[in-house]
Design a binder for this molecule. Structure first.
Ligand SMILES: Nc1ncnc2c1ncn2[C@@H]1O[C@H](COP(=O)(O)OP(=O)(O)OP(=O)(O)O)[C@@H](O)[C@H]1O
Ligand SMILES: [Mg+2]
Length: 478
């Protein structure tokens, strides 16, 4: 033994023999594993069985690179550098923590040692804890969302997942003073949402001033927005007039149809949004305002920016929290709820109960709703007035939305285009026959005097689809 040996001997321990050293190693709580230069396992202490569940004699003499090729003990052997940390033993599906170091004989690496313990239980517990924490956070957020959605949002009809997501975000932003940009096609409920945000905000007792940017003529918009001083221009009201921004001071300004504002006005509005100050028309001193801005548009602002019709800087200033309202055709799950809400309103007004026939329900789901909620509202109002009974049928709906065959003939671009005109006449005749025979295809083709095959080919050619066949009789009554 070399000088480096540190233990001392006493009468009780007269000699540090192998047996004594192995006894000590076997009593260490951690696994001690020794491999030689070709990764053969040459030693493992008793803890090996305790931690890994494998008897030592099963692994002695086996090569670690065959059992666990990714083992850090092997890396350590190859690199000659010690390692420490956590790891995963693939062959046993366990997590371990410990350290490995190379064994030198002079300059030569003759093997490596690993001392580690099994921490699978701890890793799993910590994973469970993280998951539990995650679930708790999620539930807390859900609860907060439910509890914190202001009443103004709870009345907003919509169960569609995208609408609910938008409403949750709207409810969150309502409590702040952040600028909101509401995007969506015409009639999707942008103004309703803007008002819900206002009603859910801390400014709800202050003014809500709506500016319809599309409705104000260009030459008046500046004075409408910023007001004017006494005698600012001929015809100006004596004493001047407050603009919408000043009226909204302390409260909320709703810039509706902002995509319809000229680029000159956009520049002026941008300044107010950035600096919260402006000058009245004909005035010299700056007016400071404290306003919250909600803007809405059905235009594609990004496309407008590309064409130079909308200022990019204003867009960025507005687009802080964009809220997108999907069109009706993408939230068909809400149609019935909305339809019955509108129907109930008319039921009260007309003091009559209404229901929708199954055909109407089907139609409402199939229709494309280009005018969105506003169109649905109008359709229901029309039907409730036209219907004299209690069940709303298809023929109570406005004619223009039903795919009736008696549409206006299309005027061809070239009025002498014989093929086009014949096609049109053919299509009209087929639709008329179908309509006359209540969509009975056999009777229609007999009346037209054409074969079944020719008839179906023409249906396909003119895009007269199966929907016509399924339509109930009352849809084709003239
Ligand atoms: N969630 C809703 N619940 C009940 N009614 C709604 C809802 N959303 C919209 N409406 C009704 O639909 C109609 C259209 O809504 P709103 O005016 O807000 O749409 P818009 O997106 O501003 O349309 P436009 O782009 O044409 O100005 C209104 O009469 C409104 O009352
Ligand atoms: Mg609107």
């Amino acid at each position: 033994m070399s000088e480096a040996i540190r233990p001392i001997t006493t009468p009780v321990i007269p000699e540090w023999n192998r047996e004594l050293l192995f006894k000590i190693l076997d009593n260490i709580n951690d696994v001690v594993l020794v491999i030689d230069r070709d990764t053969t396992i040459v030693y493992a202490n008793d803890a090996y069985l305790r931690h890994l569940g494998v008897p030592v004699k099963k692994v002695l003499g086996r090569r670690l690179d065959k059992i666990e090729p990714g083992s850090p003990t092997i890396t350590c052997l190859k690199t000659g550098r010690p390692r420490q940390g956590t790891g995963y033993v693939e062959s046993l599906n366990i997590h371990v923590v410990g350290n490995s170091f190379p064994l030198y004989n002079g300059q030569e690496i003759i093997g490596a040692v690993s001392i580690f313990k099994n921490i699978t239980e701890i890793v799993e517990l910590s994973r469970k804890l993280k998951q539990t924490q995650g679930v708790a956070d999620y539930l807390k957020e859900q609860l907060e969302q439910r509890e914190n959605i202001p009443a103004s949002f709870k009345e907003y009809i919509g169960q569609n997942p995208r609408i609910k997501e938008t409403l949750a975000l709207a409810a969150k932003v309502a409590r702040t003073d952040s600028t909101v940009l509401i995007l969506g096609e015409s009639g999707v409920g942008k103004e309703v949402l803007a008002r819900a945000i206002y009603n859910g905000s801390k400014r709800k007792d202050k003014p809500f001033i709506k500016v319809n940017c599309a409705a104000i003529p260009e030459n008046l918009i500046e004075s409408e927005l910023f007001g004017y001083e006494d005698g600012a221009f001929t015809g100006a009201k004596k004493g001047g007039k407050l603009g919408k921004f000043e009226l909204a001071h302390g409260g909320t300004i709703f810039l509706d149809e902002i995509g319809d504002m000229s680029t000159t006005t956009q520049a002026k509005v941008l300044r107010v949004l950035q600096e919260k100050e402006f000058e009245r028309v004909g005035g010299t001193k700056s007016v400071r305002v404290d306003i919250r801005v909600i803007a809405a548009t059905n235009r594609n602002l990004e496309a407008m920016i590309k064409k130079g019709d909308f200022r990019r800087d204003l867009y960025y200033r507005l687009n802080i929290v964009p809220l997108r309202l999907p069109p009706m055709r993408e939230r068909k799950d809400d149609i019935l709820k909305l339809a019955y809400t509108f129907l109930n309103k008319h039921s009260k007004e007309l003091e009559r109960e209404f229901t929708l026939s199954p055909q109407v329900v089907k139609f409402l789901h199939e229709y494309d709703w280009p005018g969105n909620i506003r169109e649905l509202q109008n359709v229901i109002e029309h039907a409730s007035i036209v219907c004299s009974g209690s069940v709303i049928e298809l023929h109570h709906l406005p004619k223009h939305i039903l795919p009736l065959p008696d549409e206006e003939p299309e005027i061809p671009e070239n009025p002498y285009d014989l093929k086009e005109i014949i096609s049109q006449v053919e299509k009209d005749l087929i639709l008329s026959a179908l309509s006359n025979y209540n969509n009975n295809r056999t009777k229609s083709m007999e009346a037209l005097g054409i074969s079944r095959r020719a008839f179906y080919e023409k249906l396909r050619k003119y895009g007269i689809d199966d929907k016509n066949q399924e339509q109930p009789q009352n849809m084709t009554t003239k």
